[in-house]
Design a protein around this ligand. Structure first.
Ligand SMILES: C[S@@+](CC[C@H](N)C(=O)[O-])C[C@H]1O[C@@H](n2cnc3c(N)ncnc32)[C@H](O)[C@@H]1O
Ligand code: SF4
Length: 382
């Protein structure tokens, strides 16, 4: 693997103060507290495992995700960053992001994270009114979130925040008003997610019995189209289905995933892609935090799976990820991964239906194509 390709390190903190009823991320509540020092030792051990498997790389991005990483002390964040610097070279312009929940208590940690080396904060605002925040089970008010956003802007050169739309009872006009307001607060990046009803969550149970009503497919698509238009007008066009940035402020970490580059992933339930001996490998760690920790202490890593991807699987994964991007995919790169050319008749058919657009060596999903992305990918991969 060449040294000059981007390389990321993802660090998963799997704990939250409370579990939001829509969320199926690997996040857990521990009322008895978390032994942070012991978890830190686990992270440092697992970093060593990845450093041996992916040596001599230059780290271009680090992402503390969760769960709620803003529940970590700044000392823990700093110790992890120091260990990453001991194992690899960190690029001078590396992007170092931490995901934070916007409660006032957590905002008090922001200056400490900045001193530890974090240079980008991603804040989970989710909604700009208290009734919606309550319905989402959030632990903060809208005012608290906006105050945290101000503190974030004072401490970090780059700030993003997340909103969820297509929420219960939300009309197109409501979203128009909320997003317009959000854009007036936006720094350089916004993640705007359509609410997904995830299996096994309290929202899924309520949806199944008909007590949770969310905007249907057509309404949600209208919200998506409105989102693209408003963000574009405000100078934060979509560079990925749910991600919007001022040009040049795209999340470099997420681009590593979507452009099919390698990344290490430490902590419970993290994923990683590492190229070893020319073969891309897919790795993931155990999801229950205490099981992950026990295995790390016993075996030096918390891996639950570690599999070689075939050339076909590597290419399909790249196709799946890169078509989410406005820049699309690099056709020669895809064909080199799969060892075969894309079928010209399939390309022609999708292009004539207005779902795909070709521009030299790049292939992009059009706006209509992005609305039916899964179908598009199935046809291209066939
Ligand atoms: C795993 S969360 C971590 C961030 C942080 N814990 C928080 O909640 O603010 C990352 C983002 O995923 C989004 N998200 C989580 N579950 C979702 C769902 N069911 N539908 C849409 N977006 C979701 C939220 O916007 C959230 O900010
Ligand atoms: S949305 Fe964020 S705070 Fe809520 S449970 Fe999921 S990870 Fe935790």
């Amino acid at each position: 693997m060449s040294n000059d390709e981007p390389f990321g390190v993802y660090v998963h903190w799997p704990f939250c103060k409370a579990k939001c009823p829509y969320c199926d991320f690997n996040s857990h509540v521990r009322h008895g507290g978390v032994d942070e020092a012991r978890f830190l030792a686990g992270y440092l051990t697992e970093l060593g495992h990845f450093a041996r498997r992916a040596p001599d790389r230059t780290v271009t991005s680090i992402f503390f995700g969760g769960g709620t990483p803003s529940l970590m002390s700044s000392g823990t964040v700093e110790a992890i960053l120091d260990a990453i610097a001991d194992h690899w070279t960190i690029a001078d312009d590396a992007e170092i992001t931490l995901e934070a929940n916007p409660t006032s208590v957590e905002a008090e940690n922001f200056a400490g994270y900045a001193s530890a080396g974090v240079n980008r904060l991603s804040l989970g605002v989710q909604a700009l009114n208290d009734a919606s925040l309550k319905a989402l089970g959030r632990q903060h008010t809208a005012d608290e979130a906006l105050a945290a956003l101000d503190i974030a802007k004072q401490n970090f050169g780059r700030v993003s925040f997340d909103l969820i739309y297509a929420r219960e009872g939300q009309s197109l006009a409501d979203w128009h008003e909320e997003l317009t307001r959000a854009l007036s607060y936006a720094a350089d990046h916004l993640s705007l997610y359509q609410l997904t009803i995830e299996d096994g969550t309290p929202f899924a149970a309520r949806h199944a019995v008909g007590t949770l009503h969310v905007p249907d497919g057509d309404k949600a698509s209208d919200m998506y189209v409105l989102t693209q238009a408003l963000c574009e007008q405000a100078g934060l066009p979509a560079y990925e289905i749910s991600n919007h940035a001022r040009p040049g402020s795209e999340s470099r970490h997420n681009l590593i995933y979507w452009r099919g580059h390698d990344y290490a992933g430490i902590g419970a339930g993290a994923h990683a892609r590492i190229t070893e001996g020319g073969t891309k490998r897919a790795l993931s760690t155990l999801k229950p935090p205490e099981d992950w920790l026990a295995q790390v202490e016993d075996r030096g890593h918390g891996l639950a799976s570690d599999e070689a991807l075939s050339t076909q699987e590597t290419a399909e994964e790249y196709l799946l990820m890169a078509l989410r991007l406005a820049e699309g995919l690099d056709v020669p790169r895809l064909e080199a991964m799969s060892g075969r050319a894309l079928d010209p008749s399939v390309l022609d058919a999708l292009e004539s239906k207005g779902l795909l657009a070709r521009n030299g060596a790049r292939l992009k999903a059009t706006q209509s194509g992005r609305l039916v992305l899964e179908r598009l990918i199935l046809e291209l991969a066939a």
